[in-house]
Design a protein around this ligand. Structure first.
Ligand code: FAD
Length: 451
């Protein structure tokens, strides 16, 4: 017989969405289990080395606030983030760099302060259903099986593992052929000569495609973000020094000056939820890291003395399973800046699809300064109605998910799911029956901007 533990709410996955869902529900009095398969919180942001957070703004309006912005303020106070700063790639409005170790610790503190029970090294193995509802999950941790029961569950695994185990309908990949966006093994380099790159931006904006119409914005950026050097990349591919499709050099300075996150490797043709596929992707990702590291040191200005600190550690997954919820947000909703009556998040990042086939990125922008909203109905489903989704596995079309997957949005979705679970508990109802007026009021009281 396994050990059985009881909670009000079980959150699967401790990325930004799951951590902030757990902290939000815990603050409202729920006993919460946060089950995370790694040994730290932050998910993609800490275990796949992604960042900076992008973007809290739509024009001059800060649209991501609430607990996600509280996280930033806490990091800033401890010198672990410079806060929101201009995006000097010119792609979006602001970026929010952070220290990855600080990020892990601060999320942990926020959960612990809210009374959340964190269970690390715990992978969701299976879900038991009773009368069409999830009753308990079986977890494997340290070679031991544990069971945990709750009336409410939040799938924040990014890959919809809980949803999949529970038999909730889901979609994966693009409609035409089911292919996901490429995976990427990010890596971190120190000792990069940022001043020399800034000087190049000042001198020749034509090297940086999104900067061409925003000349000079890099001067306002407290940390540098850079997207450019297309010709150097093209020549590298021609000479065979780069053996995969990538059209541009893309890197972001972290909280630590002279340290950058490089977001350039690209692994296509593998599914992130195929066990052997993801293992091949990890290996190929690391091969590309070493290839690019050598190439950048040799050819990209400012990188001659760069030092490789870390890859990943795990490969970054942009898209995988997406729950089929009561409503599926679409590209059209995003690009028309749609306002929903049951909106729980507002967001202003474009649709940013890294091609599943080649080097290109398909970017579709909202009108300057515009934002869209995300309805609560994308977090809930009719099939197993006491399971909610939060973060990158909410109910979104392939194209829409290419915007909603960004970390500030996932944090805000986590807060919405955690608060919804608390309201459901208060009323003794299913998430599907949560009064959305009340949900929105509580989110607003907690500082969220809902449009
Ligand atoms: C290469 C790349 C670059 C990116 N760059 C940026 C960027 O610059 N800015 C930005 O804002 N966003 C960026 N993103 C997007 C962003 O990092 C993620 O989409 C976002 O952080 C997802 O948050 P999440 O909490 O929904 O999921 P995740 O961060 O994926 O967290 C899911 C968590 O669930 C855990 N988990 C998974 N399965 C199980 C299981 N069965 N049992 C228990 N735990 C489980 C995982 O270990 C993980 O901790 C990037 C993504 C990629 C892949």
């Amino acid at each position: 017989m396994n050990d059985i533990y009881d909670f009000d709410c079980i959150v699967a996955g401790g990325g930004i969405a799951g951590s902030l869902a757990a902290a939000s529900a815990g603050r409202m009095g729920l006993s919460v289990l946060l089950a995370e398969e790694q040994g730290a919180l932050g998910g993609s942001m800490t275990s796949s080395g992604t960042g900076p957070m992008m973007t809290f703004h739509a024009g001059s309006t800060q649209v991501i606030r609430g607990i996600t912005d509280e996280l930033v303020r806490r990091l800033v106070k401890k010198g672990l983030s410079p806060g929101h700063t201009v995006d000097s790639t010119g792609y979006t409005y602001t970026v929010t760099p952070f220290d990855a170790e600080g990020f892990k610790r601060e999320l942990e503190l926020m959960c612990l302060e809210a009374g959340v029970t964190i269970l690390y090294h715990a992978s969701i193995e299976s879900v038991s259903l009773c009368a069409g509802r999830a009753e308990s999950v079986s977890l494997l941790s340290c070679g031991k099986k544990l069971s945990a029961r709750a009336p409410y569950f939040i799938d924040a695994t990014g890959d919809g593992d809980l949803i999949f185990q529970a038999g909730v309908p889901y979609a994966e990949g693009r409609d035409s052929d089911g292919k996901d966006q490429p995976m990427t093994m990010n890596f971190r380099l120190s000792n990069v000569d940022i001043d020399s790159i800034r000087a190049l931006m000042d001198k020749d904006a034509s090297l940086f495609p999104f900067l061409r119409s925003k000349i000079g914005i890099q001067k306002e950026a407290s940390r540098l973000s850079c997207s450019g050097f297309e010709d150097i990349m093209k020549d590298g591919i021609k000479r065979g020094e780069i053996t995969f499709d990538r059209d541009i050099a893309l890197f972001f300075e972290t909280n630590t000056r002279g340290e950058v996150i490089v977001n350039m490797t690209r692994i296509n043709g593998e599914s992130p939820v195929d066990p052997f596929g993801i293992s091949r992707a990890e290996t190929e990702g690391r091969r590309q890291v070493w290839e690019l590291y050598a190439f950048m040191k040799k050819h990209i200005p400012g990188f001659a003395c760069a030092h490789l600190i870390a890859s990943g550690p795990s490969i970054g997954i942009r898209s995988s399973r997406r729950m089929k919820g009561i409503y599926t947000i679409t590209a059209d909703d995003i690009l028309s800046a749609r306002r929903f009556d049951d909106a729980v998040v507002a967001f202003g990042y474009p649709i940013d699809i890294h091609s599943s086939d080649g080097a290109a990125t398909d970017s579709r922008f909202l009108k300057d300064g515009e934002y869209y909203t995300i309805p609560y109905r994308t977090l809930i489903n009719a099939s197993v109605p006491n399971i909610m989704a939060a973060g990158r596995d909410i109910s979104a079309s392939f194209e829409a998910q290419a915007s909603t997957r960004l970390s500030p949005c996932c944090g805000a979705l986590g807060e919405a799911a955690g608060v919804a679970a608390a309201i459901a508990k208060r009323h003794g109802c299913l998430p599907i029956d949560v009064p959305t007026g009340e949900l929105r009021s509580v989110l607003k009281e907690q500082g969220a901007f809902l449009g």
